[in-house]
Design a binder for this molecule. Structure first.
Ligand code: URA
Length: 432
């Protein structure tokens, strides 16, 4: 087999065989095929796409490039994954609720890259919390307390890790076959029996339109089903950031509030919808409305909040910060964002706000960058709210005073005001 012939085939929009795809993934993982040739092939795939069969073969080859976990001893593990967003703390809120309702939670989460945040980074904002556990310890924690949230181990779909970094470096991230195979390879390798996917859609997501999001969802669902893992995709709105905080410590504070039942309506709708489908797949009830009521009851009982505390303690975090969130330090410098006009907020562009949070120190632009856990953005208002001239719309936190003025300007540009009250957009766009 020859990588140059494969690049030429994809340039001519021809299909790669299963053997060719396995050859390229194995060669790339073992470094016998260099980055620049894989970059050529990835670019041809990005431009000319892949058939469903090619995408499935790519997914399976990437899943099998490292360790494939078997979690069957833990019961029906339903995995949850988001295709990425801004202010997306849904895993942190939802998974303790699921655990409190008797669904085993064994979840590996990614780190943030670019303008999107990552759950593993957010958990590390809790002093002491360990995200790097061995697989044995990970499973043991699930057996003992019903939940473990860790970062992806080094040997989970290593081909995806390399390809993802390469795609990022050559501007080939927003491709349906490449995103679908990237996400599904990790889900298959991490051993869950069923999968609920939050497919985000809007300016703060990889998929900018509903049509693209539906197409991505259909491809991922089909791959999941072919791999014998029942998969449900929920298309959610990512035009404005989710909830009121963007940034690691700030999102932990919002999570703790949410686990006590205090959630903004957008967060609540996503939590209830995703959660009710997870309960359904886990065999805890087929009726979606009844499942939503179970989640509401769970929040009222404080059980999910206590489960989160138990998780933090089990993973060596200092839970006193969770019991007293005001002890979690925010960055020292802050500035308010206002507008010189009054009216209704029409837009709060998630992508731009994610970039502002990153610029303030909350995210990475390169994998090796370190992040400032305490930096980020608080939204004091949301789309549809009325604001007076000069009223505080958002607060920016950073430890780097040199960035604060530029960040404030960029933030002002991300917010649009209108005289007419805008129609509130739906959060759940479609379920596939
Ligand atoms: N999340 C992933 O894991 N991979 C992608 O390609 C996009 C989002």
């Amino acid at each position: 087999m020859n990588i140059l012939e494969m690049i030429a085939k994809k340039q001519k929009k021809q299909e790669l065989t299963k053997e060719e795809i396995e050859y390229f993934i194995e060669g790339y993982t073992k470094e016998s095929i260099p980055d620049y040739q894989v970059a050529g092939l990835v670019m041809a795939i990005y431009i000319n796409g892949m058939s469903m069969e090619e995408t499935t073969n790519l997914t399976l080859a990437m899943a099998n490039s490292g360790e494939v976990l078997d979690l069957t001893e833990l019961g029906i593990v339903v995995d949850k994954h988001s295709t990425g967003g801004v202010g997306d703390k849904i895993t942190l809120i939802l998974m303790p609720i699921m655990s409190a309702l008797g669904v085993p939670v064994a979840k590996m989460s990614g780190r943030g890259l670019g303008f999107t945040g990552g759950t593993a980074d957010k958990l590390e904002a809790i002093p002491g919390y360990q995200t790097n556990l061995s697989i044995e310890k990970f499973k043991q924690n699930v057996k003992e307390i019903g939940i473990s949230l860790i970062t992806q181990t080094g040997n989970l779909a290593p081909a995806d890790k390399k390809l993802y970094a390469l795609r990022d470096a050559i501007s080939c991230t927003d491709s349906i076959p490449l995103i679908a195979s990237s996400i599904m390879s990790k889900k298959i390798a991490s051993g869950a029996s069923k999968i609920v996917l939050d497919v985000t859609c809007g300016n703060g997501a990889f998929m900018k339109t509903k049509e693209e999001a539906v197409e991505l969802a259909k491809v991922m669902k089909q791959i999941g089903n072919l791999a014998g893992k029942e998969t449900v995709c929920i298309i959610t709105n990512m035009e404005e950031p989710l909830g009121y905080s963007v940034g690691n410590t700030l999102e932990i504070i919002e999570t703790l509030e949410a686990l006590k039942g205090n959630m903004l309506p957008d967060v609540k709708e996503v939590v209830l919808t995703l959660g009710s489908y997870i309960l359904k797949l886990a065999g805890k009830g087929d009726n979606i409305e009844e499942n939503k009521a179970k989640i509401e009851m769970c929040l009222l009982s404080n059980l999910a909040y206590e489960k989160f505390i138990e998780l933090v303690e089990k993973q060596e975090g200092d839970a006193s910060y969770c019991r007293h969130p005001n002890q979690l330090k925010k960055a020292e410098k802050f500035v308010y964002v206002t507008k010189q006009e009054e009216g209704y907020i029409k837009e709060m562009r998630a992508e731009l706000i994610g970039k502002v949070a990153c610029y303030l120190g909350a995210g990475r632009t390169k994998k090796e960058d370190s992040i400032d856990m305490t930096a980020g953005v608080i939204l004091n208002k949301k789309v549809g709210d009325y604001v007076e001239k000069g009223e505080v719309i958002a607060t920016l936190y950073t430890n780097d005073i040199t960035k604060i003025e530029e960040a404030r300007k960029r933030m002002e540009e991300a917010i649009k005001i209108t005289e007419e009250k805008p129609k509130k957009e739906k959060m759940i766009l479609e379920i596939i």
